[in-house]
Design a protein around this ligand. Structure first.
Ligand code: PMP
Length: 459
């Protein structure tokens, strides 16, 4: 048998596993990092090195790791009903209860939910529903979907097309034609000289409307956006942006899809990022925090109006021809119910708001005037630190130097997982929503030490 640690394991790994968004050559050179266990806000690797999970797995573990009561709920669910499909009207108690809870907490107007397995499939489902909705309304040519450069909406063929990171397009000859991209709404890096925030917002909104008019509003089905962009840089929108986007969408009969895969379930200090920015989406994609990452599950929401059109159409077309083997999985739904129960009992959304405010205050204080930090972004318990070659003169770093990745490695060595966002030369933090102020102090101390150590020698 093979050794589970060390060389022989690395060899097996190299030969057998294609890792997500990973350079095959870099993996061969550096080897994998094996994570062995996790508890609370910590994870421990196969070498026995324990670190703070400053990114909640991958923006997922809102309730933290290793909750026995979730494992118990999973076990019981698997004993009661391990699996049965939900096609053709089959249902189970857990998905019924979960749907009730989710619709009660979702932004106003969202009345129905579809369960899937991932953020990608939630967005993919919503694009298909937008197409079906328009086909049923007699507007089948209304199919294009507008997203933003730097957005992340997934890696399926449609959602990789909507993702606005070119690294996810290049090797696949994407995006498909239905996907159109508009401006990246990051004031700090995208505003022109002397342009203030209001003028920046107005320019972006004008360009969005121009794109719609050029493409033809009668060919545009939807606009999709993350309330706060996640993988593209934890980018908070400029003031007035979402209000403006909504007005434009309404004016041109374009559906608004909120991709809440990162922002949903308390991350921003509100149930959803849409609540933070007063967005009234027609559709909303969620995953990650829904089950705290413990079970692969997504929930895609639609409005009553969309549902009504689909309902009427189903008389002619014989139904909603879409779905997954694992839609409404009874074990996944039981996990989600337990996660929501813990979030309510421990007031984790409130904690994300209060501790999140402390987090941002402390980050700003720690990096105020720092020569290599230009901006702190985010809300609640999600933040990014913008690395700069020289902050006072606003000189951006060359991404080829990979300093964010080097800092992330240095922080790991010092006891913190922090995520490099390479296209932005930024570092992302999104710790479990259970973090205390003391945890925040430790996270920031390590992040600062990691940044100072690498930038001190390399900048
Ligand atoms: N949307 C957003 C905003 C995301 O951050 C992600 C994943 N990081 C996705 C969609 C895709 O989710 P998944 O990887 O579960 O398909």
């Amino acid at each position: 048998m093979h050794d589970i640690a060390g060389q022989s394991q690395q060899k097996i790994h190299k030969q057998k596993i294609l890792h997500p968004a990973t350079s095959i050559c870099a993996l061969e050179a550096d080897g994998p990092r094996k994570i062995a266990s996790a508890k609370g806000i910590h994870v421990t690797d196969a070498d026995g090195h324990t670190v703070i999970d400053g990114i909640a797995g991958l923006w997922c573990a809102g309730v933290g790791h290793g909750r026995t009561e979730i494992a118990d709920a999973m076990r019981q669910a698997a004993i009661d009903l391990d699996y049965f499909h939900t096609f053709g009207g089959h249902t189970n108690q857990a998905q019924e209860l979960l749907a009730e809870e989710l619709i009660a907490m979702a932004p106003d107007g969202l009345s129905h939910v579809f369960f899937g397995c991932s953020g990608s499939d939630a967005n993919d489902t919503l694009v298909k529903i937008a197409w079906q909705y328009n086909t049923m309304r007699g507007k089948p040519e209304k199919r294009k979907v507008i997203s933003r450069w730097q957005a992340y909406h997934g890696t399926s063929i449609s959602t990789a097309s909507l993702t606005g990171l070119k690294g996810f397009h290049r090797a696949f000859s994407l995006p498909l034609d239905f996907a159109k991209h508009t401006d990246f709404p990051h004031f700090y890096s995208q505003a022109t000289d002397g342009e203030n925030e209001a003028a920046f917002t107005a320019r972006l909104l004008h360009r969005l409307e121009q794109l719609i008019v050029e493409e033809g509003a009668d060919t545009v089905a939807a606009f999709i956006g993350e309330p706060i962009m996640g993988a593209g840089g934890v980018v908070t929108p400029p003031k007035g942006y979402w209000q403006g986007v909504q007005e434009i969408c309404r004016r041109h009969d374009i559906l608004l899809i909120a991709d809440e895969v990162v922002c949903g379930y308390g991350r921003t200090g509100h149930n959803f990022g849409s609540d933070l920015y007063s967005i009234k989406p027609d559709m909303m994609a969620t995953a990650k925090g829904l089950t705290a990452g413990i079970f692969p599950m997504s929930a895609a929401f639609i409005s009553e109006e969309i549902h009504n059109v689909m309902r009427t159409a189903s008389k002619e077309l014989g139904g909603f021809s879409h779905g997954y083997t694992y839609s409404g999985h009874p074990v996944g739904a039981a996990v989600a119910l337990k996660v929501l129960e813990i979030m309510k009992r421990e007031k984790l959304v409130e904690n994300a708001k209060a501790t999140g405010a402390y987090f941002h205050d402390q980050l700003r204080a720690a990096f105020n005037g720092h020569p290599h930090v230009g901006e702190i972004r985010g809300a609640g318990l999600v933040a990014a630190i913008q690395l700069m070659a020289d902050a006072p003169s606003k000189t951006f770093l060359d991404s080829a130097r990979k300093l964010a990745a080097k800092i992330s490695e240095e922080c790991y060595r010092r006891g913190l997982v922090i995520r490099p966002l390479p296209t932005m030369n930024s570092l992302a933090l999104s710790p479990p929503l259970t973090v205390s102020r003391d945890d925040i102090d430790t996270i920031i101390d390590i992040a600062k030490a990691g940044i100072d150590s690498v930038m001190g020698t390399e900048a």
